[in-house]
Design a protein around this ligand. Structure first.
Ligand SMILES: C[S@@+](CC[C@H](N)C(=O)[O-])C[C@H]1O[C@@H](n2cnc3c(N)ncnc32)[C@H](O)[C@@H]1O
Length: 152
């Protein structure tokens, strides 16, 4: 099990969360869900995407952003936000083995105060004119790079 974590800020599409939970189960990553989510965690679309992998994922639910942020500070973990508004390419950033990779909600990303609280903000560069990548695809790309660098 890696010490890297994926955090989802108020996710609102259950199929994406299920896909990320399956990814985390397969890569040995832990997952933080920052509530409120736009669905219940027993949602059938989440279960369909996560399949039986859900049984082996290490997931923590946090009741709100403030509680999550206080917890991660107490753990001494950096918060690395994936954002379409960032400037630093995700392949240039140097990850630490205990980083938390934070992803925004599908409909609206993260609010400005959460954006500002992150220790670092990284982007997957896209071609001119495109808006954003699916959150689960973004998580797979960035987690893959973080694991490649940290070697765990
Ligand atoms: C569908 S996107 C959110 C789109 C939202 N309208 C916005 O402007 O942020 C969901 C999440 O995926 C991640 N994401 C999507 N594309 C990305 C990119 N090119 N670089 C970094 N993160 C990205 C971010 O964490 C984003 O908050």
């Amino acid at each position: 099990m890696s010490n890297l974590r994926i955090a989802l800020y108020q996710p609102d599409i259950p199929g994406n969360t299920g896909t990320i939970l399956r990814l985390a189960a397969c890569l040995g990553l832990q997952v933080d869900i920052i509530e409120p989510a736009g669905f219940v965690l027993s949602d059938k679309n989440l279960k369909r995407a996560g399949m039986d992998y859900l049984a082996s994922v290490a997931m923590t639910r946090h009741v709100n952003w403030d509680r999550f942020d206080a917890w991660r500070l107490s753990e001494g973990r950096r918060l690395v936000l994936a954002s379409t508004k960032a400037a630093l390419p995700y392949t240039t950033f140097e990850y630490l083995p205990n980083d938390i990779l934070l992803f925004g909600r599908e409909s609206a990303g993260v609010p400005d105060d959460v954006h500002d609280r992150a220790d670092h903000r990284i982007i997957i560069k896209m071609v001119e004119g495109q808006r954003s990548i699916n959150v689960a695809m973004s998580a797979a790309m960035i987690a893959g790079e973080a694991l490649r660098q940290t070697g765990i």
